[in-house]
Design a protein around this ligand. Sequence first.
Ligand code: NAP
Ligand code: ZN
Ligand code: ZN
Length: 373
Amino acid sequence: MNEATQQTVLEKEGASQEKRTYTAKAYAATSPIAALASATITRREPGTEDVEIEILYCGVCHSDLHQVRNEWQSAMPTVYPCVPGHEIVGRVVKAGRAVKKFKEGDLAAVGCMVDSCRTCRSCREGLEQYCECESGATLTYNSPDKHLGGVTYGGYSENIVVNEAFVLGVSEKLSLAATAPLLCAGITTYSPLRHWNVGKGQKVGIVGLGGLGHMGVKFASAFGAQTVLFTTSAGKTADALRLGAHEVVLTKNEAEMQKHAGSFDFILDTVSAEHDLNAYLNLLSRDGAMVLVGAPEKPAPVAAFSVIGNRRQLAGSAIGGIRETQEMLDFCAERGIACDIELIRIQQVNEAYERLLKSEVKYRFVIDMASLQ
Ligand code: NAP
Ligand code: ZN
Ligand code: ZN
């Protein structure tokens, strides 16, 4: 066999290998009202460019709850069974023949995306989360699975197989469990703060002290901004100051809110439930921007005068691209920044969801996947 023929045969073998599958243990929801429970799912055998990761920790994002309960019905309807989880860290157990960045035994992470078209303008610019192809980026769960059909299954599982282009490198310097939530809560706050050039000399507000909010506070203060936390929970004041906030405002206190009118350069809204956006827009100074990353189920009314005065901007932001996610992970490793977490067993995940709804998380639940028996 000459070399060219041999190459063709190998590629064909690679392609057929991709259709081979194995089963994996997971936790899944079978309907919007069902509790998450053990399930068995199918994963593809790693192809030539794939990495198989044994999942050690997976963060619990409020998006998991929205998706499991089909709260984003109109934008992203849930396909059941749904295996959530997009804050994944673990160890590489297999690497395909063409994989360059990872080898067996390496630490690795996967965030909210596992693929995209890789050719559109956004993908070429490293903004895969805004992939312009018809189906958009392939999200880690509840997205059409290009390999096996059906939908993708996320990190509440013992392992995952992902093309290496969407696998991130993780430093040994930080606690692995406290690194997991960086893959969504971290990048979702880091990316807009960087995009809007938040830094020294600016007054920045973070709304909500949950998974995203506590990372927003850490990043905004690490970037040198005067950081103010807005919270509905009086009991979180001391923590917010410890996490890096310079000031804490209780949003129920109108006089305190009023004191800050027209004074903010930038506000990042991480709130997961219905709330009044106008109250925060009115705190922006001229040309100030408020960016929504929180994704409540119901739309919120915006008064034109909240943005007309002071030429204010209201915008949104989705996670972050692969290149920026790696930049954020490297920044965190260098600066010793990780998440404040409460480690849980997977059997506690339904209870954790109830606590998320009561804003009772300090500040991210992370599942120890060793508990998945
Ligand atoms: P989380 O941990 O539950 O935190 C949300 C925080 O919002 C709560 O801790 C609470 O903070 C505040 N809050 C809750 N209900 C409220 C209400 N009714 N009024 C005012 N404040 C309220 O959630 P998370 O995981 O950080 O996620 C936050 C949101 O971001 C979710 O909607 C999630 O789906 C979305 N998200 C978006 C992206 C993206 O790419 N844009 C990525 C990830 C997540 P206080 O107790 O301090 O008030
Ligand atoms: Zn998330
Ligand atoms: Zn694309």
